[in-house]
Design a binder for this molecule. Structure first.
Ligand code: ADP
Length: 337
């Protein structure tokens, strides 16, 4: 959701209640203070008359008398009590208001993002399925030449893989949401996994020239193969999606001390500092759904962040030069005995 969201009904209701309670408290504080002042004035008047009648002195002497000072002291104490308790109450109210408002805004943003997610997932599931169906129907009906058949089948395979990736992301997100990872950490050679994925990406001719790799060999870690595969694929696919089709992408895996550093650099539009804070949130996508061109569900980076946390690592987003983004992940290497 964009930051200039419209004030929704629940928020408006909250503002109204808050304004009413504040106005109500101020009114009560004012009323109590007026009553206190009134009874003070009345008491002063009574005491003064008695004092002047009994003592037969000047009026100014009354204001120096112990009687007057006692009433004044009581009045001041009550005044202080009314204002300090009022201020405390309003303070608590303001803090409560901001806490409630913050969680309400978060909740509303999540509901909105979930709505967008449902819209985009429907589209993302429907379009590859529709094209696979079309290819199968064509292949059944027509006797096509071998190279056209191969091209059709290749495209369908790509669509099927897209669907698989999407389902994998949804599954992973659900696992993280329910704390039921079901992952098995085992000794894996991260370099080998990276190499295999590189080969897979390189089956696509365009990507072969677009992505440059630097992979250090012999990087071992304790980890889960499926989720680490998802991490790599999500970051590379984002770099491809959010930069122009002819701009190069660099993927790097190397050892730094007792850590594995995995970096994906692109020359795309980059991510503003404000957005950097939000893009790991579930379903969060930059911009709004009507104007957004790229396909996506807003689950990729949410999963990436969770996978990195699960492996005890950290993730940084840096600005690339002259433009673009660098995602840098550090994860602990396996300790060799
Ligand atoms: P999705 O790509 O499905 O929208 P992600 O969780 O992978 O979801 O990413 C969240 C948002 O972060 C994206 O919508 C996009 O705006 C932004 N983003 C992610 N990677 C990049 C990148 N390499 N360059 C620019 N923006 C990015």
């Amino acid at each position: 959701m964009s930051k200039n969201y419209r004030i929704s009904r629940p928020l408006l209701f909250l503002y109204l209640i808050f304004t009413y309670v504040i106005a109500f408290s101020l009114w009560w504080a004012y009323l109590l203070h007026s009553k206190n002042k009134l009874s003070f004035d009345e008491l002063v008047e009574v005491k003064k008359t008695t004092f002047l009648l009994n003592q037969r002195v000047k009026e100014t002497d009354f204001y120096l008398s112990a009687d007057y000072l006692k009433i004044l002291d009581k009045f001041n104490r009550q005044k202080k009590m009314i204002f300090s308790e009022g201020a405390f109450f309003i303070g608590i109210l303001v803090i409560g208001f901001f806490l409630v408002r913050r969680s309400l805004v978060k909740e509303l943003q999540l509901v909105n993002r979930q709505k967008n997610f449902l819209l985009s997932i429907t589209h993302e599931l429907k379009s590859p399925l529709a094209s696979i169906k079309l290819v199968l129907q064509t292949l059944l009906k027509r006797d096509l030449e071998e190279d056209i058949r191969a091209k059709f089948l290749h495209n369908s395979l790509y669509d099927a893989e897209r669907l698989e990736g999407l389902v994998e992301n949804i599954l992973l997100a659900t696992k993280f949401d329910n704390d039921s990872y079901g992952f098995v950490k085992e000794e894996i050679e991260f370099s080998y996994l990276m190499q295999k994925l590189k080969e897979k990406f390189e089956t696509n001719k365009n990507l072969k020239s677009r992505i440059q790799y630097e992979i250090e060999h012999g990087i071992f870690m304790m980890g889960d193969k499926t989720s680490l595969t998802s991490l790599i694929v999500n970051l590379i696919e984002n770099a491809l999606k959010y930069s122009s089709e002819d701009s190069p992408i660099e993927v790097m895996l190397l050892k730094d001390g007792d850590e594995a550093i995995f970096e994906v650099k692109d020359l795309g539009n980059g991510i503003s500092d404000e957005e950097k804070e939000k893009i790991f949130d579930k379903f969060y996508r930059v911009g709004n759904e009507e104007t957004r061109q790229t396909k996506g569900t807003g689950l990729g980076l949410y999963i990436v962040k969770n996978i990195v946390n699960y492996h005890g690592g950290s993730i940084k987003i840096l600005n690339n030069t002259p433009v673009g983004t660098i995602f840098r992940i550090s994860m602990p290497l396996m300790i060799s005995n």
